[in-house]
Design a protein around this ligand. Structure first.
Ligand code: URA
Length: 216
């Protein structure tokens, strides 16, 4: 299921991310702020269990999250969306998947994975800010399914239209939370209009995609 995040504050933050003149510092800050909005969307229907709490005056019924959660940022850009997940859900587990994209074939190569071997008890939340060809997110989903995960959510800032439609068809059990669905992909595999290279803009390592995208 594709869940569009149309919240006005999220859309205003997205415009900051898209702007080619936004500094890495403001880019990171805006991503971090957006991570809170993603948490609210992802956990809106989370199951709760009841607990009994002693207030200073009496016993009260309270709640805690029922399921176990693992958040998985895909390196590097996914790290930008991590802060709210660890701040608001302190006992969440952070798994890591490192994927790099071959510049010619655009195929993902898995260079690092740090995940529990059995994820059957977990709800997995993948952080992948840009879904372009869909290669990386497909690979990440495959890795989680191999580890027997049953429930997956994906948080993405911008997705290329054709890729997100296909992902949604292939994985109807996954919730894809997205701020924008953009219509084009260029020959280098960058989303247009997009926001450029999310990893480079987050970490200030701007390289060769600007002439084509950010700088036009
Ligand atoms: N990755 C990015 O960071 N940006 C794109 O436009 C596509 C993939």
């Amino acid at each position: 299921m594709i869940v569009p995040i149309n919240h006005p504050i999220a859309q205003a933050k997205l415009s900051i991310l898209r702007n080619k003149d936004t500094s890495p510092d403001l880019f990171r800050k805006s991503l971090e702020e957006l991570s809170y909005i993603f948490v609210f969307y992802c956990f809106e229907k989370a199951e709760l269990e009841t607990v009994t709490i002693q207030t200073p005056l009496d016993e009260a019924m309270g709640f805690k999250l029922k399921e176990k959660y693992i958040v998985i940022p895909i390196l590097r850009a996914g790290l930008g969306l991590l802060p709210a997940f660890t701040k608001l859900i302190p006992d969440i587990i952070v798994g890591i998947i490192g994927l790099s994209r071959d510049e010619n074939t655009l195929e993902p190569t898995q260079y690092y994975t740090n995940l529990p071997s059995d994820l059957s008890d977990f709800v997995g939340i993948i952080l992948e800010p840009m879904i372009a060809t869909g290669g990386s997110i497909n690979k990440a989903i495959e890795i989680l399914i191999q580890r027997k995960i049953q429930k997956i959510k994906v948080c993405s800032i911008i997705a290329y239209e054709k890729s997100i439609i296909k992902l949604n068809e292939n994985f109807p059990f996954i919730e894809f939370f997205v701020l924008s669905i953009d219509k084009s992909l260029n020959s280098q595999g960058y989303i247009v209009p997009g926001l450029g290279d999310a990893g480079d803009r987050t970490f200030g390592t701007l390289v060769n995609c600007q002439a084509d995208l950010i700088g036009k």
